[in-house]
Design a protein around this ligand. Structure first.
Ligand code: ADP
Ligand code: XUL
Length: 546
């Protein structure tokens, strides 16, 4: 590395459900600064709960996009207050919660292209920048009708799976766009461009609407994941003149341009600082994990997600196959469970006064298997299976229709409630992963990331239920790290002289920084027996609710 390269830094962002976080890495990919803005507490004027606003109708959830713009103003100021030297940032990339869609007005695009460095972003990219100022996000499950219509139009759900890697899911962007087109036709017609949350993040830095990348684009039911371009059949099934609103999709390994003058003048970014295509939070987390194919990644954020690499796209009837964020001829499998941290938080509040330490003491004070007490908590409509409700069974409950559906009203103690919740969640994740064909064997290793991965008692339950060792990384926020690593890697590839074979993403990152994996929990010897039996019972419970 030359002296100039030694002074270079890389900036990553994660615009997730509950917060916007930034991280600055030096040329050895070590963290030198970070800052975050939590939507509920730092921006109370938007009245979000867990980063989202419930909509007027059932199963609707949205965000006012200007909240995210304001968060960007604040997070950049917080980085500057830490004396982060932004004049050395050679490349930026980002991760965004998947599926959400933003609808740019003509005025909004003009504002983005002509930002005045003396003013905040949010005073220029305000409500009028978007024709829909209640942007639907991934928690929205209100588009069942549009899902059916899109699948029918292209020949059924199996064709949708074959083309786009997923059957139609309510939160996926295609059905969401179709709902806007049907219910707010004028707004759709006025929308000049449509961004995903990730490409919106890139757009802010670029000073122009940035392209959508293949990997996050795979969460829309619109992209042909093999051809890596928009499927005409899906576009036609969704809304008219959609291709011009989406723009051409690009590889996640693309540089989409340099930062706009606004960032050069206001924050002293170098004028040639590159903006690397931003991607979805789950692909970005996979990029941040740097692990082999025998690893199952479990992200415990607002949603719980399971991720794995795939050489070939399998046709999963449930779950999702996405274009891989770094190995562009490969794929990734993704299972998303909606009832993750927010349910754990709620039970923590009612059973342990909101104190995680107490929650853990109670969890640890009960034996594995919980005396046969088990629970399913689908507080909001779950994604797989599509079911809502709570069900508790004790050791005597039987999978007979009358008895099963009723279950037990409440368990006899907080510790039993807590263990039933955590074991139930993890049994659910394991059952679905197995149904998708993921094989758990002696070689299986688990990497846990996301907010709840700091909780060792929860991780021990994961090790036991999955009967596999659980590891964490020193930096628990894989999506954020993935964003900054990708910025560095894509710049490296771009600067290679012609004819040189680039290192793979993983080899490049690991040549600069070791993967700081830490083994935190190993399964207990009796786990395989205990949970094999519970897994069968769990399947009966989930079937009862579905
Ligand atoms: P997202 O990326 O979806 O915005 P995070 O990955 O930041 O979310 O995770 C946030 C969640 O982490 C919170 O909802 C909170 O419940 C959970 N969390 C934070 N600390 C703990 C803890 N000690 N034990 C369990 N969960 C925790
Ligand atoms: C994935 C999904 C969520 C969001 C928010 O399909 O809906 O994981 O990406 O994290």
């Amino acid at each position: 590395m030359g002296p100039q390269q030694l002074k270079r830094a890389f900036l990553g962002f994660d615009l997730s459900t509950q917060k916007l976080k930034a991280i600055l890495l030096n040329s050895c990919l070590e963290v030198v600064a970070s800052a975050e803005v939590k939507f509920d507490s730092d921006l109370p004027e938007f009245r979000t709960v867990g980063g989202a606003n419930p909509g007027p109708n059932k199963n609707e959830f949205f965000v006012q996009p200007v909240m995210w713009v304001k968060a960007m103003d604040i997070v950049l100021d917080r980085l500057v207050m830490q004396e982060a030297d932004l004049s050395t940032v050679a490349a930026i990339s980002g991760s965004g919660q998947q599926h959400g869609s933003l609808y740019w007005s003509k005025h909004g695009i003009a504002a983005l292209e002509n930002l005045d460095p003396d003013k905040f972003l949010h005073s220029q990219i305000d409500d009028s920048a978007f024709v829909v100022n209640r942007t639907p996000i991934w928690m929205d499950a209100s588009t069942t009708k549009q899902c059916v219509e899109m699948e029918t139009a292209i020949g059924g759900h199996l064709d949708m799976v074959e083309l786009t890697g997923s059957k139609c899911y309510e939160r996926f962007t295609g059905p969401q766009i179709r709902k806007i087109y049907q219910q707010r036709t004028h707004a759709y017609e006025d929308a000049q461009r449509i961004s995903l949350v990730s490409s919106f993040l890139a757009s802010l830095f670029l000073g122009a609407v940035a392209p959508i990348d293949f990997s996050d684009g795979s969460g829309m039911n619109l992209l042909d994941i093999r051809q890596k371009n928009w499927s005409k059949a899906c576009l036609n099934a969704c809304a008219p003149d959609l291709e011009e609103r989406l723009g051409q999709a690009v590889s996640p390994n693309a540089i989409v341009g340099s930062v706009s003058e606004y960032f050069v003048k206001r924050f002293s970014f170098p004028a040639d600082c590159k903006v690397v295509a931003c991607t979805g939070d789950n692909p970005s987390a996979l990029a941040g994990m740097l692990v082999d194919s025998n690893w199952l990644s479990i992200s415990l954020g607002t949603s719980d997600t399971l991720m794995m690499s795939m050489k070939e796209p399998l046709n999963w009837e449930e779950g999702h196959v996405l274009c891989h964020p770094t190995e562009t001829d490969e794929y990734m499998g993704l299972l998303c469970f909606r009832n993750g941290s927010l349910v754990r938080e709620e039970v923590n509040k009612t059973e342990a006064g909101g104190d995680w330490q107490k929650f853990n003491e109670l969890l640890e004070s009960t034996p594995r298997g919980n005396f046969g007490n088990m629970a399913v908590h689908f507080n909001e409509m779950e994604i797989i299976p599509k079911a809502k409700g709570t069900l508790r069974w004790n050791k005597d409950s039987m999978p007979h229709p009358a008895d099963a559906a009723k279950g037990v009203i409440k368990f006899s103690s907080p510790e039993i409630e807590i263990r039933a919740l955590i074991e139930g969640q993890m049994l659910h994740h394991r059952a679905v992963a197995e149904d998708m064909g993921f094989h758990f064997g002696n070689e299986t290793q688990i990497l846990a990331t996301g907010g709840a991965s700091v909780n060792k008692s929860i991780l021990q339950t994961i090790a036991d239920v999955f009967n596999a060792p659980v590891h964490i990384q020193t930096e628990s926020e894989a999506a954020l790290m993935g964003a900054a690593f990708r910025a560095a890697y894509v710049l490296y590839r771009n600067e290679l002289s012609e004819g040189t074979t680039p290192l793979s993403y993983k080899d490049y990152v690991l040549s600069l920084t070791p993967n700081k994996l830490q083994l935190v929990c190993e399964p207990h010897k009796d786990s395989a027996d205990i949970y094999a039996h519970m897994l069968l019972r769990y399947r009966d419970m989930a079937r009862t609710l579905a």
